[in-house]
Every structure is written in structure tokens, then in C-alpha cells.
Design a protein around this ligand. Structure first.
Ligand SMILES: *Cc1c(COP(=O)(O)O)cnc(C)c1O
Length: 386
């Protein structure tokens, strides 16, 4: 057995793949990984078919196909009043590659990256690949707000970048304008770049998503990342983008060039159609998800868990300690056998294990029958620790 490279230490596999495989193996209801079980808009899928049949099958421009770049420009103007040009957008292989390219293109070995905890797991891997050091700022139950003083205290003279995520996975927090103003104040004071992952920008429930780049003085230091996966229920397409000032976008593209060079030629024009013509899809999706959130939250609460209702994203976090479980990881490991349900132990998204030990993340981007069947199974099982 040969050892993997050191940069893989501690980041061998993603918890989502691990738990989805467990769900398949045990025939469990998968409330773990955040992928919808319904397709995106039919016209958008037809646009991809047309592109495949229409000869869009060779390398597209590394920067992105012109239709997609223009659609992202138009989207940022229409939704947020941000004025971009094509040089300020780069298409990527999902938000995942945009995150990778941003960190590899903007951070040097030894630099520190301030990141919200709990964190999305690819952040940890990519900070590590860049040779950088993560400095978590914890969002704490029950309301998972960003503490401005803790954020300021996490910044040192080695800090290069703040990596933000709003709406936030896994907590469902949507950062308020005043929290974002605190981020902006710290970034401006220390002359930092901020990379902000906004893949759930359209999936909020009665809460306004404010892009950090719209705050005064922030556009020129902010790389905004999004993707078609969550907005249009096409998580398998892996079409994303980064936008911001041309110098920062050029650094992201400089790294992206050597990762994938270019991304999915036939899918990019289809995503352009989605962005240009299908705002109604994500508006309806958000409405539907809001109902599913309420359904899952009510059900989990009835089972005796403490439920932290999310303002955005696909996920609800619960505290399972009221059921007598001190450890969410052990709880989630036992759950397929006990109830035939899979969920994600949030502790894997923490450096500070004590903050996340008893927290479990449940996905509600599933058909109502799936949510109901999951709840039925959980209700039929004896979830209390013995
Ligand atoms: C799903 C997700 C991503 C990955 O997006 P892709 O476009 O599938 O690569 C990135 N960040 C967060 C917070 C996510 O939940």
C-alpha cells in the first residue's frame, strides 16, 4: 500500500459520498446529501440536448462560452444592480472548481484564511491544497449569528483572505446586512480579499440574500461564486462561475486554466437559457422548499429533537442531545440500522468539536413522500439513547 500525498491527510473522502453510499447499501431514506430528487426546467434540459446535437461538443473558451458569460452579467445586473463585463466573469466546473481556483489562485503557502465554522468540506481541502492555514469563526446555536468581534479577532497579519458562505450550509443562516457590514469593515481595514460562496442565493425563506459585493467598497475586493446546481436543480451538471473585479477573476482563471482548462461545452449555453429565462423556476423552488422545510422541521421537533429552523439552503440542523445522544456521529452511524434513515453529523464541519458534537444536518430538498417516509421511519424507531 502506497501512502497518499500529505495534502490529502484528513481530507480523504467527503462525508456526503460516504453517507449516500451508506443510504444505498442499507436501503435508507437519504436525508443526508443535498441533491434534489426532481429535475430542473424541461426547456433547460432541452437546450442542453440541442447543444449536444448542434455540435457544441469541442473545447469551449476556457473563460466560458459567451452566452453564459453574458447571462451571468445580466443576472448580476437584474437581481443585484451589479454592472459587470465579460472579463469579470469566469465559468467553472461547478462552484467546487471556482472555490478551488479562487484559493489556489489567490492564497500563498503559509497564508491564513478566515472561514465560517461549520464549514463546507471542500473549503478545508482546498485551503490545505493551497498550503494555507484555516482560522475558523464559529456560528453558534441556537441562532448561528456571526459575531463581529470574533471575526475581527481571527484576523492576524498573516491573513490573506476571508472565505464566506451565505446563505450558509449547513446552518441555513442568511447573513444580515449588518453582519456583512462587519465583514466589509474587517476586509477593508486589513486590505483583505473576500471569496463568497453564494450558491444558495435564490433559496431563502422570507429573508433577503444580500451579496457582499453590493456593499460600499467591497466589489473591488470580492470574488462571488455561484452555480446552476442548486438554483436550477441540476447538481450533476457542475456548471458554476466566479465574478468580481478583473484582476481577481484573472487570478481565479489562472488557476482554473490548469485544473480543467474549460468546462462542459453543451451545458454552458443551457445554463445561459436557465439564467435568462427561468427566474420563475427558482422562485417556485424556493416556495416549495419553504413548505418542505416546515414539514421536516415540524416532524423532527415532534420526535423530541431541538430544531434550528433555517432561513435559507436545503438544510435544517437539529440538536440530538435531547434524545440522550451526546455524539451526532454515533447517532448518524446507528440511524440506518435503527430507523432506515441517513443524516449528516455536523461535527465533521467543525474544528471545535464541542461546538458541533451533538448537531445533525437533515436535507429537505426531497419529494414530500420521501420526507414523510423518513419521518414515519424515525417515528417508528426508538431514537432515545439507552
Ligand atoms: C453544493 C455546494 C457547492 C458545490 O456546488 P457545485 O456547483 O455542485 O460544485 C458549493 N458550496 C456550497 C456551500 C454547497 O452547498
Amino acid at each position: 500500500m502506497r501512502e497518499p500525498a500529505q495534502r490529502l491527510t484528513g481530507v480523504g473522502s467527503t462525508i456526503f459520498a460516504e453517507m449516500s453510499a451508506l443510504a444505498v447499501r442499507t436501503g435508507s431514506v437519504n436525508l443526508g446529501q443535498g441533491f434534489p430528487d426532481e429535475d430542473g426546467p424541461a426547456e433547460v434540459i432541452e437546450a442542453a440536448v440541442a447543444a449536444l446535437r448542434g455540435g457544441r461538443n469541442q473545447y469551449p473558451p476556457g473563460h466560458g462560452t459567451p452566452e453564459l458569460l453574458d447571462a451571468v452579467v445580466a443576472h448580476q445586473r437584474r437581481h443585484y444592480g451589479l454592472e459587470l463585463d465579460r472579463s469579470q466573469v469566469v465559468a467553472t466546473t461547478g462552484a467546487t472548481e471556482a472555490i478551488a481556483a479562487a484559493l489556489l489562485g489567490l492564497v500563498d503557502p503559509g497564508d491564513e484564511v478566515v472561514v465560517l465554522e461549520p464549514y463546507y468540506d471542500s473549503y478545508v481541502a482546498m485551503i490545505q491544497f493551497a498550503g494555507a492555514v484555516r482560522r475558523p469563526v464559529t456560528l453558534r446555536a441556537p441562532d448561528f449569528r456571526l459575531d463581529a468581534a470574533e471575526l475581527a479577532a481571527a484576523v492576524t497579519d498573516r491573513t490573506r483572505l476571508i472565505l464566506l458562505n451565505t446563505p450558509h450550509n449547513p446552518t441555513g443562516t442568511v447573513l444580515t446586512r449588518s453582519e456583512l457590514e462587519a465583514v466589509a469593515a474587517v476586509a477593508i481595514e486589513h486590505d483583505l480579499v473576500v471569496v463568497t460562496d453564494e450558491v444558495y442565493e435564490h433559496l431563502t425563506y422570507d429573508h433577503e440574500h444580500v451579496p457582499l459585493a453590493t456593499l460600499p467598497g467591497m466589489f473591488e475586493r470580492t470574488v462571488t461564486i455561484s452555480s446552476a446546481g442548486k438554483t436550477f436543480s441540476v447538481t450533476g451538471w457542475k456548471v458554476g462561475w466566479a465574478s468580481g473585479p478583473a484582476d481577481l477573476v484573472a487570478s481565479v482563471e489562472g488557476a482554473k486554466n490548469w485544473l480543467s482548462y474549460a468546462s462542459g461545452a453543451p451545458l454552458q449555453p443551457a445554463v445561459a437559457v436557465a439564467l435568462n429565462e427561468h427566474d420563475a423556476f427558482h422562485q417556485a423552488l424556493a416556495k416549495d422548499l419553504r413548505e418542505k422545510r416546515d414539514r421536516l422541521c415540524a416532524g423532527l421537533s415532534t420526535l423530541g429533537m431541538q430544531v434550528y429552523e433555517p432561513a435559507g439552503t436545503y438544510f435544517v440542523t437539529t440538536d440530538v442531545s435531547a434524545l440522550g445522544h451526546a455524539d451526532g456521529r454515533a447517532f448518524c452511524a446507528a440511524l440506518p440500522e435503527l430507523a432506515g434513515v441517513v443524516a449528516i453529523p455536523s461535527q465533521v464541519f467543525y474544528d471545535d468539536l464541542d461546538e458541533g458534537r451533538h448537531l445533525v444536518r437533515w436535507a429537505f430538498c426531497k419529494q414530500r413522500e420521501v420526507i414523510d417516509e423518513g419521518l414515519r421511519r424515525l417515528g417508528a424507531a426508538d431514537l432515545r439513547a439507552r
